[in-house]
Design a protein around this ligand. Structure first.
Ligand code: NAP
Length: 315
């Protein structure tokens, strides 16, 4: 078996979303050797977001454009961006070892900025028809659904915002929600209610997604009456929440039972030198603005933490 290459840094950041890229900016600007590891394109969820209207400084900017701006800022002070799919983070004395399979990145500070992924509904047809009418990304796939009648499942910001976004392609969008009240921000609700192409099915859950090689309908059940019926649909977009990408630290005892990483106000976990920021962190508001706040705090705190370490022990 060949030895893995070990690459040393002061700070290793896992994930190049808004939080990770901000942490890279702050850490590298403090003259720390900073490596940011990402398995996809830099930008995180911004790459799946059409327009961002709630990031201060921009009344409206496309997600990918904002992601590119973040990337330019993150790289401006010497941070290094590498490709890597991190398999695990382990602790070895003062060091954390970030294993990407072929390479191991070793640093006294590791900042986990791995974000979250879409929760699945877990109903028949969801998996089988994924990519054949079942989608989790309106921005990526909306264009393929021109002139169709679509369903969107969920009642949070994502379902309501993306459902409204889809009306520029679709003839009609029906948002299916399990309660009779939305969770989404009021401004997103107001827009959806005012859009003649958006309809709602309240108190309703989806029991299956049906079709041979493409979505043709969903089987729905009214949770108040228990009545089951078939609802025609030329596509189903699922937005029923998010789950943390925290598998890589599962053995470090830093998460809640649901997998969200617990931190203090400095973004520090209970493992000294291990930080978590952005959507993967246990927090109340998951936004670009809060991820950026988390990233700046962690980037700065990383510097403070490193000053407390005995340089002899880091040799
Ligand atoms: P979310 O806020 O957790 O909402 C998930 C929705 O799915 C809820 O309405 C929930 O119903 C419903 N749901 C959950 N499990 C379900 C199931 N098994 N069957 C049917 N419905 C189910 O998730 P999100 O909308 O993806 O948003 C995630 C985070 O990103 C949030 O913090 C959100 O604020 C943020 N975000 C912000 C923006 C923005 O600021 N423009 C845009 C997108 C996302 P209940 O309401 O009954 O629980």
């Amino acid at each position: 078996m060949s030895e893995k290459t070990i690459i040393k840094a002061d700070v290793v950041i896992i994930g190049a979303g808004p939080g990770g890229m901000t942490a890279a900016l702050y850490a590298s600007r403090s003259n720390l050797k900073t490596i940011i590891i990402e398995k996809g394109a830099p930008g995180g969820e911004l790459l799946n977001t059409a327009d961002v209207e709630n990031y201060p400084g921009f009344t409206k900017i496309s997600g990918p454009e904002l992601a590119d701006n973040f990337y330019q800022s993150a790289m401006a002070f010497g941070a290094e961006h590498v490709y890597g799919d991190v398999e695990s983070v382990t602790v070895d004395g003062l060091y954390k070892m970030v294993d990407t399979g072929s390479k191991v990145y070793q640093a006294p500070v590791v900042i986990v900025a791995t974000g979250a992924y879409n929760r699945k509904l877990g109903v028949p047809g969801e998996e089988q028809l994924s990519g054949q009418g079942v989608s989790f990304c309106a921005v990526c796939d909306g264009f393929f659904f021109r002139n169709r009648e679509l369903v969107v499942i969920g009642g949070g910001d994502s379902a309501v915002e993306e459902g409204t976004y889809l009306t520029q392609f679709a003839d009609k969008v029906t948002i299916i929600h399990r309660r009779d009240e939305l969770r989404a921000q009021q401004i997103l609700q107001d827009r959806a209610f005012a859009n003649p192409k958006v309809d709602f099915l309240w108190d309703t859950v989806v029991e299956s997604i049906n079709g041979e090689n493409a979505v043709e309908s969903v089987t729905v059940r009214n949770v108040k009456t228990d009545a089951v019926s078939e609802f025609p649909a030329g596509g189903a977009f699922i937005y029923v929440g998010i789950l943390p990408n925290s598998e890589i630290v599962a053995d470090l005892n830093v998460t809640t039972p649901d997998g969200w990483i617990k931190t203090n106000d400095f973004m520090e976990t209970e493992v000294p030198g291990l930080f978590a920021i952005g959507d993967v962190r246990l927090k109340h508001l998951r936004q670009v603005a809060t991820a950026v706040g988390d990233g700046s705090i962690a980037g700065q705190r990383a510097y403070d933490y490193l000053q407390t370490l005995d340089p002899e022990l880091l040799k």
